[in-house]
Design a protein around this ligand. Structure first.
Ligand code: EPU
Length: 463
């Protein structure tokens, strides 16, 4: 009786306010079957930008059909680049690139627009790019990127009146640099690689980030004639005068960050899902934690199977840069822990605001509270910028989750991409009908998520 009342209220709410940007999910049943991973968002965005370092058209395959890619393509087109897209294939013709200014509208829709510093500085000797600014997961400054560019004799200034970064190459030929990042940065490392690939002489980048997505960018550039070698956190780049278009479209890697999301769908709903396109070593720390918590994991042909084999036990995690437990995986893990016996903790050390899902899970009666973890050296541990004005005791960097809890249905808001996937998992676990408001934010990074979930047995509808 009460289920019907809540269902009607939710449907009315969705129709009134957010028609066409919500999912209606009837949860409470195990999800099982096989799901294929899409191409990696965090590679696709970078190779499409790297294509502007070439003279001739460059082709890629396995590019996911997600909103972040469509926004980037619009941005590239606004600069005179011709883009052809056919399913997962994208061709970038950079020959018409005719502007070194990224307009505010396109720049604000695509966080990675600052990576255009590499091709724009190489082609025009200058670039004007709006400050990407903060987003829901944190302030996300690009000071490390800018400092790195300055080491390559780029003069970069931020104009607080316009909100734009202006960067100019000092002198004639771009020369390589020896640079040590104060702290690793994923996109900062990729920007350094793209930039150094066409500089004169050798560059050595130390304390570089080590995500496998960076290695895929390196592979693409090396196939095109770049000379880049990474050993742990040191990257050596011997500059070349130009890049040559590979004969075959470059096929980017699968999105390993999608795998923990589907693993959580399997384990939290007491189901059994095989994720095709991933190997255990790609998500090593996640797999280890699944084993520790009592979930089933096995490698099977072309993928990894995640299956429920009995009550899970509470297991703590601390997020870290690769090769640690990735920040992108902690939201899905939180839902899993609502179903585990005992109290588990999640300590987020990479971004300062990645608990956007907590208030939403609590609506479903999840037992989650913030706590202050004991830290010896916060500046060393936390990857985000900490200055002396920050009062760490006020920060919300860690949560405790007590379970198992029978989640009930509710109306849930999506705060950011990974928080969106997290509430969707919770909606599939919860008994009854839930509304997930903000489907388009999930579309930024997850390709055809409702089709994939429906094939796994989920009752999900986009409205
Ligand atoms: N940071 C600074 N200053 C900088 C650069 C980074 O303070 O100049 C801070 C960040 O604010 C953050 C920490 O350092 O707190 C780590 O940031 P990093 O630069 O490594 O992250 P990113 O390059 O902005 C990429 C991915 C993220 C992924 C992280 C970690 C892309 C487009 N984004 O972000 O992916 O979580 O690396 O691997 O590649 C996602 O896919 O949902 C996502 C957020």
């Amino acid at each position: 009786m009460s289920g019907i009342r809540i269902c009607n209220t939710h449907c009315k709410f969705a129709k009134q306010f957010l028609m066409e940007d919500a999912f209606i999910v009837k949860g409470g049943k195990p999800l099982s079957g096989t799901v294929g991973l899409s191409g990696a968002k965090n590679v696709a965005l970078k190779v499409l930008i790297a294509a502007l370092l070439f003279r001739d058209p460059v082709r890629f395959s396995n590019i996911p059909n997600i909103k972040d890619i469509s926004e980037l393509i619009h941005l590239l087109e606004s600069l005179g680049v011709v883009v052809k897209r056919d399913k997962d294939r994208v061709e970038i013709d950079p020959s018409g690139l005719n502007s070194y200014t990224v307009d505010l509208l396109h720049g604000s829709k695509t966080r990675v627009s600052f990576m255009l510093f590499a091709p724009l500085l190489h082609k025009f000797g200058e670039a004007l790019i709006p400050n990407p600014g903060g987003c829901r997961i944190g302030a996300r400054p690009i000071d490390r990127h800018i400092k790195m560019l300055e080491s390559f004799q780029v003069d970069a200034q931020y104009n607080s009146n316009t909100g734009y970064y202006t960067a100019k190459v000092n002198g004639g030929k771009l020369k390589g640099s020896n640079y040590i990042f104060d702290k690793p940065t994923h996109t900062g490392t990729e920007l350094a690689i793209m930039f150094a690939a066409l500089c004169h002489g050798k560059s050595v980048i130390k304390n570089a980030a080590q995500e496998p997505e960076i290695d895929d960018l390196i592979s693409f550039l090396n196939i095109a004639g770049a000379k880049i070698a990474r050993r742990d956190s040191t990257i050596e780049i011997e500059g070349v005068s130009e890049l040559t278009v590979p004969d075959e479209p470059y096929r980017i890697m699968f999105d390993r960050n999608e795998a923990p999301t589907y693993a959580a769908f399997a384990l939290a709903t007491k189901g059994d899902i095989t994720v095709k396109g991933v190997v255990q070593s790609d998500i090593y720390h996640f797999v280890n934690k699944v084993k520790e918590t009592g979930g089933g994991v096995e490698t099977i042909d072309g993928g990894v199977r995640f299956f429920y084999k009995g009550i899970l036990k509470a297991t703590d995690i601390t997020t870290l840069p690769h090769p640690g437990f990735m920040t992108d995986w902690q939201g899905p893990w939180a839902v899993l822990m609502t179903q585990a016996k005992g109290t588990s903790t999640i300590h987020e050390t990479v971004f300062e605001n990645r608990f956007g899902y907590v208030s939403e899970l609590k609506k479903l009666s999840a037992r989650i509270e913030y706590f202050q973890p004991q830290i010896d050296d916060a500046k060393a541990l936390y990857q985000f910028r900490i200055d002396d004005t920050i009062n760490l005791s006020r920060r919300r960097q860690a949560i405790k989750i007590t379970g198992p809890t029978t989640l009930h249905n509710g109306a849930l808001y999506v705060n950011d991409l990974r928080a969106g996937a997290t509430v969707l998992i919770a909606a599939c676990v919860a008994r009854g009908e839930s509304v997930v408001l903000g489907a388009s934010t999930i579309d930024r990074g997850y390709e055809h998520i409702e089709e994939k979930l429906r094939k796994l047995g989920a009752n999900i509808q986009r409205v």
